[in-house]
Every structure is written in structure tokens, then in C-alpha cells.
Design a protein around this ligand. Structure first.
Ligand SMILES: [Mn+2]
Length: 312
């Protein structure tokens, strides 16, 4: 598949790289890392990165603004995005060929070419593997690409903590740190927390109720989030901070946004992406998400969580 992808990239003059909405460091890192590799390797080609800007990740990469015509005869590559609805900037469909590079379960098998590796810790790791495959076939690595890919790997592995972190992940990270970028500064950008976010975190800890099965739901309504001066995006980042709590097995955050409620599932064992899929979402077995439009389902989701925890 890597050979086919490289071959396809070589055939196109214009390449537009997309990633998912509500981007995380792996979305930004894989998209930007691949773009930097391709820019350095094929200076004659036009390479663009598009999608909504996430202010908290703007230190990683700037997005390009392109006209619809740019997609004519263009190759489109979508990184880190399981399903078509989640692609940031739906013009990804306007290109003449589409490649999917992802590490989520391939339930929406879109794209003329698909490279999906569920064993990869991150798509940034896959992009580095792609570089290794192509480095004696014309692909070049740069310091900036290394910074972006390293950020993506660190982000999706929770700083090399999650079980998806493999020997290969460490090997690649070990190679990436040979490039010239400031790791301390990168960590600082990735993990510094606003004081008001910590206060909301305190509220969540204070009010957390864990069911005897180990399940918990956390409901964060708009007024509450606003009261702390926290954005829904920042509130959703707190879902992972409950991981160290003893007795907690699987949990879901309900985060109210302007016209929708975002569900963020996490688990220490029971598979929860099946639950997310029931509510038209998806994701990894232990980290998934969905979007709903009514508070009526909170109890149903809680029952689903209790069910998977009790049967684990
Ligand atoms: Mn990812």
C-alpha cells in the first residue's frame, strides 16, 4: 500500500491534505508532517493543508486557504479520519483521487486507496513509516516534519502511556528526536493548562459519582462550562484526566455545545466504541466519541456503560 501511495503522489502536481474536525495533535501532526515531507521531497508540487483552525494547536501548523478550483486534478489525502462526515472541510470530495490514511477501525471504507493500520499508535507513526519506506525513493524528512510527527505520536499515546504504544512507536520517536526541534517547548505547548480549566476539573472531581460497576457519566452543560470560562473543546480534553481514579472503569463526558451534545467515552478495559456507534459515533475500543442532540439519552448511555463494565 505504501508503494501505491507513493506512486500516486508522484503522479499529481497538486496535493491537498485533510484531517478530522475538532483536531487533536495527531490530526495536526500527521497532516502537517506529511505535508512537510512532501514539500521537501517534491518542491515542484503544490501541497496544501486545509481544515478549521484549532487555536490551541496553532503552534503546530498553519492551515492554507484554497479555492475550489484547486481541487481540480488534485490528489486528496485524508489523515486520521475514520468516517467521511468527520473530515474537516467537506471539499475533500472534489479531488480527482482520494487516499485515506488512518488507524481507526475502517467502518467507512472511503477513498480510492486506503491504508488503515489499527495497530499503529497514531497516524503520525504511520506517516513516519511511510517516510522510512520512501527515504531511498525520494522522500526527505525535515526538522519541522519531525516536530509535527513527534507531537502527533506523543498526543495519541498520552506521552507513551497508552497500550497502543509499541516498540515501533519508541523506535520512531527515538529517531525523530535526532532532528532539531525543541521538545521542552513542544511539551509546554501541548500540556500547559489554563487555571480556569483546572478549576472545572476540580468541579468534575468533586461531583463524580462512580457506579458499583465502575461506570460514570459526567454531564457538562453549557451554562456550567461558561461559568468557568472554559470552551467546550477544552472541557472535552478533561475526559482523559479521570484515568487514574481507582474503581473507575469506563466513563462518558457529555459536553453541551451550541447546538449539539458531544459524547466522549473512555475505558480501561471494556470496549466502548460499540456504544459510541449505537449513537452514530465511533472511535477506538477504549476511546470513542459521538454527537447527539438531546439530553434524553444520558440514562441510556449510563446503562450501556454499566452493562459493559458489569460484563467485563
Ligand atoms: Mn490519531
Amino acid at each position: 500500500m505504501k508503494a501505491e501511495i507513493l506512486d500516486t503522489i508522484q503522479q499529481f502536481e497538486t496535493i491537498v491534505i485533510h484531517r478530522h474536525v475538532r483536531p487533536d495533535p495527531d490530526a495536526y501532526g500527521s497532516q502537517g508532517g506529511l505535508a512537510e515531507i512532501l514539500k521537501a521531497s517534491f518542491p515542484e508540487k503544490s501541497i496544501f493543508t486545509v481544515g478549521e483552525t484549532e487555536p490551541s494547536l496553532a503552534f503546530l501548523n498553519d492551515m492554507d486557504t484554497i479555492a475550489d478550483e484547486t481541487y481540480r486534478n488534485a490528489l486528496v489525502i485524508v489523515c486520521d479520519t475514520a468516517n467521511r462526515e468527520r473530515v474537516s472541510d467537506q471539499r475533500f470530495q472534489l479531488g480527482s483521487k482520494l487516499i485515506k490514511i488512518d488507524h481507526h477501525p475502517n467502518h467507512d471504507a472511503y477513498g480510492d486507496l486506503q491504508w488503515v493500520d489499527e495497530t499503529a499508535s497514531s497516524v503520525s507513526e504511520m506517516v513516519y513509516a511511510f517516510y522510512l519506506f520512501g527515504k531511498d525513493k525520494g522522500l526527505c524528512m525535515t526538522d519541522e516534519a519531525a516536530r509535527l510527527l513527534y507531537a502527533g505520536i506523543v498526543g495519541d499515546t498520552g506521552r507513551f502511556l497508552y497500550p497502543s504504544t509499541s516498540r515501533k512507536t519508541f523506535e520512531y520517536a527515538g529517531e525523530l528526536i535526532h532532528y532539531a526541534f525543541d521538545r521542552t517547548e513542544l511539551y509546554h505547548h501541548l500540556y500547559e493548562v489554563e487555571p480556569n480549566v483546572v478549576k472545572l476539573q476540580g468541579y468534575i472531581y468533586q461531583n463524580l459519582e462512580i457506579d458499583s460497576s465502575g461506570a460514570a457519566v459526567v454531564v457538562l452543560k453549557r451554562e456550567l462550562i461558561a461559568q468557568y470560562g472554559v470552551s467546550p473543546h477544552d472541557a472535552s480534553q478533561l475526559v482523559s484526566t479521570l484515568g487514574d481514579i481507582k474503581g473507575l472503569v469506563a466513563w462518558c463526558f457529555f459536553i453541551e455545545e451550541t447546538d449539539q451534545i458531544r459524547l466522549r467515552f473512555r475505558s480501561k478495559g471494556p470496549v466502548i466504541n460499540e456504544i459510541a456507534r449505537k449513537y452514530n459515533g465511533g472511535g477506538h475500543p477504549l476511546a470513542a466519541g459521538a454527537t447527539v442532540y438531546s439530553w434524553d439519552i444520558v440514562e441510556a448511555v449510563k446503562r450501556d456503560l454499566i452493562h459493559v463494565c458489569a460484563n467485563h
